[in-house]
Design a protein around this ligand. Structure first.
Ligand code: ATP
Length: 371
C-alpha cells in the first residue's frame, strides 16, 4: 500500500546555525530504508531541528539531504515523499475520523478514497470509530488517526516528532508497541524523535544518541546499552555505576584497580579512547541488573572468575519484579543493584555487609578524561 522503494535517507554535512549558535553541527547520517530509527537526546540537543531539515520545514545552513539518490535539499516540504506526525496531532476538530484520514487524498482531487481509508482504519484498528470526531477519542486513538492520515499519502519516510509526548505512561507503552507493529506492517522508514530512552530502545532498530548538536553514538539499542562509548551515552541510557579505576595490567584483556579491588575487563570491553596502558585512568561501569548480591558470610561460595567488590547495603526497596539495593562501597559511594528472581535472603537488609559480583563480560571501560 505504501511506496517502500525510496532508498536510504542520507544526511551529508547537514548543519544548522541560528546567528552565532550552532543547533546542529555538520552531521553524517544514514537511515537505512525500511528501518525504525530514533533520534534520542535531552531537550535542546538538536533532534527536532534535524527532523525538520529532513522534512523540509527548516533550511540547513550547510549540507545535503538525500532520499535514495535524489537530492531533496531544495525541495519544499509538500514536494518531498515525507510526512510528519507531530505531538499535537493537529487533527481537524470539525471532521470525523474518516474525513480526517481522507483529507490529504481529497485535497489532491482524488474522489474514490473509500478503499484506501478502510485499509488505513484497519491498519490503525479504528474501524469502529470511523464516524467519531477527534474530541470523542482518547489521546492514543487521536494519535493513531494522525498516523493514518500521514500514511495514506504513501510517504517513503514517516517522521514522528515526540508523537507520544502527550500520553500518560500506560498509553504511551501501548502506543510504542502499536507504532512498532504499524511500521513492520507498512515497511517504510520511520524516523522518531524522543527524549525518552526507554521509548527509543523499545521501538527502534537503530538509535542515534544526540548531545549538544552532535550524534554521540549510533547503534542497535542493546549495543548502545552494553557498549556505550562515552559517559554521556552510558548515563543517558540507564544507571551505569561508574567507578574510578586505574589500569594495573595492560594487554588485550586488562585488569584495573579501584580502591584495592581488582576488576577484569575482557578484550573489546573498552571504548576506543579509553587508556588501556598501565597506570591509565578510566571509568569502569556495570549495569545494576547485571550485578548479583551475596551476603559477606557467603563470599566463599561465589564462583571463581567473577568481578567482585565489597560493600554495605545502604537502602533497599521492593519494586515488584526486582529489589533495588543501594550499596555503599569503598570503590564507589552509591552503587545501584537490581536483584531479580533471587530467593529472598532475609539477611540482605540495610546495614548488611555484602559482596557484589558479576560476569566480567558485563563490565565496560570509558575514558575518564571525557567526563
Ligand atoms: P526539544 O526536545 O526540547 O524539542 P530538541 O533536541 O528537539 O529539543 P531543537 O528543537 O532541535 O532541540 O533545538 C536545538 C537548539 O536550537 C535549542 O537550543 C534551541 O533553543 C535552538 N533553536 C531551535 N530553533 C531555533 C530558532 N528558530 N532560533 C534560534 N534558536 C533555535
Amino acid at each position: 500500500m505504501t511506496d517502500t522503494s525510496g532508498g536510504d535517507v542520507r544526511l551529508t554535512g547537514i548543519s544548522k546555525t541560528y546567528g552565532s549558535f550552532t543547533a546542529v553541527h555538520p552531521l553524517e547520517l544514514t537511515v537505512p530504508q525500511g528501518s525504525f530509527f530514533a533520534l534520542l537526546g535531552a531537550s535542546g540537543c538538536g533532534k527536532t531541528t534535524t527532523l525538520r531539515m529532513i522534512a523540509g520545514l527548516e533550511d540547513p545552513t550547510t549540507g545535503t539531504v538525500f532520499l535514495g539518490d535524489k537530492d531533496v535539499t531544495d525541495l519544499p516540504p509538500y514536494k518531498r515523499p515525507v510526512n510528519t506526525v507531530f505531538q499535537s496531532y493537529a487533527l481537524f476538530p470539525h471532521l470525523n475520523v474518516t474525513e480526517n484520514i481522507a483529507f490529504g487524498l481529497r485535497r489532491r482531487g482524488i474522489k474514490s478514497v473509500k478503499k484506501q481509508v478502510d485499509d488505513m482504519l484497519e491498519l490503525v484498528q479504528l474501524g469502529d470509530f470511523a464516524h467519531r470526531k477527534p474530541h470523542q477519542l482518547s489521546g492514543g486513538q487521536q494519535q493513531r488517526v494522525a498516523v493514518a492520515r500521514a500514511l495514506i499519502n504513501h510517504p517513503q519516510v514517516l517522521l514522528l516528532d515526540e508523537p507520544l509526548g502527550a500520553l500518560d505512561l500506560k498509553l504511551r507503552r501501548q502506543m510504542q508497541l502499536e507504532l512498532k507493529r504499524i511500521q513492520t506492517e507498512v515497511g517504510i522508514t520511520f524516523i522518531h524523535v524522543t527524549h525518552d530512552q526507554e521509548e527509543a530502545m523499545t521501538m527502534a532498530d537503530t538509535v542515534a544518541v544526540m548531545n549538544g548538536g552532535r550524534v554521540e553514538q549510533l547503534g542497535a539499542p542493546a549495543d548502545l546499552y552494553e557498549n556505550p562509548n562515552t559517559t554521556f551515552v552510558a548515563n543517558f541510557l540507564g544507571t551505569s555505576n561508574l567507578i574510578e579505576a586505574e589500569v594495573l595490567e595492560a594487554g588485550s584483556d586488562i585488569t584495573v584497580t579501584a580502591s584495592g579491588a581488582k576488576l577484569h575487563l575482557p578484550a573489546g570491553r573498552c571504548s576506543t579512547s579509553t587508556p588501556t596502558r598501565s597506570g591509565g585512568k578510566l571509568l569502569v561501569g556495570v549495569r545494576p541488573e547485571k550485578i548479583s548480591l551475596a551476603h559477606a558470610d557467603d563470599a566463599a561460595k561465589i564462583p571463581e572468575g567473577r568481578n567482585r567488590i565489597t560493600g554495605r547495603i545502604a537502602d533497599s526497596s521492593f519494586i515488584g519484579v526486582s529489589t533495588q539495593y543501594v550499596i555503599d562501597s569503598p570503590v564507589c559511594p552509591e552503587l545501584e543493584v537490581y536483584a531479580q528472581n533471587i530467593e529472598r535472603d532475609a539477611r540482605l537488609v540495610p546495614g548488611a555487609e555484602v559482596v557484589l559480583h558479576w560476569n566480567p563480560e558485563h563490565t565496560f571501560g570509558l575514558d575518564a578524561a571525557q567526563s
